[in-house]
Design a protein around this ligand. Structure first.
Ligand code: E4P
Length: 235
């Protein structure tokens, strides 16, 4: 499973891109609105923060197919070729996914809550479907089980559309969708950090460093103790 970041916080995106093996960035209208900045420079900063080549999934907000297609083109002008228009799985959205796929986009169907929505979006030409795991759980369903059903449907029907699991509130949900067959998951910055963190890792590393400092000195590195012999003998 690949890891994407779900954020429009430029500093958080830059930090995550530097530290984590990010496969892309997703945003949604709520995240962009939260930044309270003009859209064009915000998108430019997000592109810079994530790097020139990583895919960015950014959502359209229009109510009809023609408007959504124009929005996708404008977003691609700003974000470059590594861009996927996110389109909600409403009736108009489904038609827009079909139109965008015909125009050469690789759209992401978003706000997916059921396996049949995912199947319809895939048939319309979605390259990705984004089931909202935590929101499904919160509404009394089972988010990871829904991801598993989508994965089974796609396998049974030989559908190449990828599952981009979205909407997470816990590390447990992340592991569950990875086991259920999600190809990728988009996580908010705090959960991406939490997926890596473990208190025993911290205490283990602290113990190693304390033992090292006792023997070799607090700020001494391995390189300090191993001079570069190649400079003495270029062979
Ligand atoms: C999907 O791409 C959405 O941006 C997002 O994952 C929704 O998450 P939320 O339910 O935490 O708002």
């Amino acid at each position: 499973m690949l890891f994407l970041l779900d954020s429009a916080d430029v500093a958080a995106v830059a930090r995550a891109a530097a530290l984590h093996p990010l496969a892309g960035l997703t945003t949604n209208p709520t995240l962009l609105a939260r930044a309270r900045r003009p859209l064009a420079p915000l998108l430019a900063d997000l592109r810079t923060a994530v790097g020139p080549d990583l895919p960015i999934h950014a959502q359209v907000v229009g109510a009809d197919v023609a408007t959504m297609c124009v929005e996708a083109e404008r977003l691609r002008d700003r974000l470059g070729a590594a861009f996927h228009p996110k389109v909600p799985v409403t009736p108009q959205g489904l038609a827009a996914i079909r139109a965008l796929a015909a125009r050469g986009f690789a759209p992401t169907a978003t706000a997916v809550f059921t396996p049949l929505q995912a199947l319809l979006a895939a048939r319309a030409g979605a390259a990705f479907v984004a089931p909202y795991v935590a929101r499904i759980d919160a509404s009394g369903g089972d988010g990871p089980a829904t991801v598993g059903e989508i994965a089974r449907l796609f396998a049974i029907h030989a559908i190449e559309t990828r599952i981009l699991a979205a909407s997470f509130k816990s590390v447990r949900q992340i592991l569950a969708v990875a086991l259920a067959g999600a190809h990728s998951a988009t996580l908010p910055p705090d959960l991406l950090d939490a997926a890596l963190a473990h208190p025993s890792t911290d205490t283990g590393v602290a113990g190693f460093l304390a033992d090292w400092a006792d023997a070799y000195g607090r700020d001494t590195t391995v390189a300090d103790l191993l001079p570069d012999d190649r400079r003495l003998d270029p062979r």
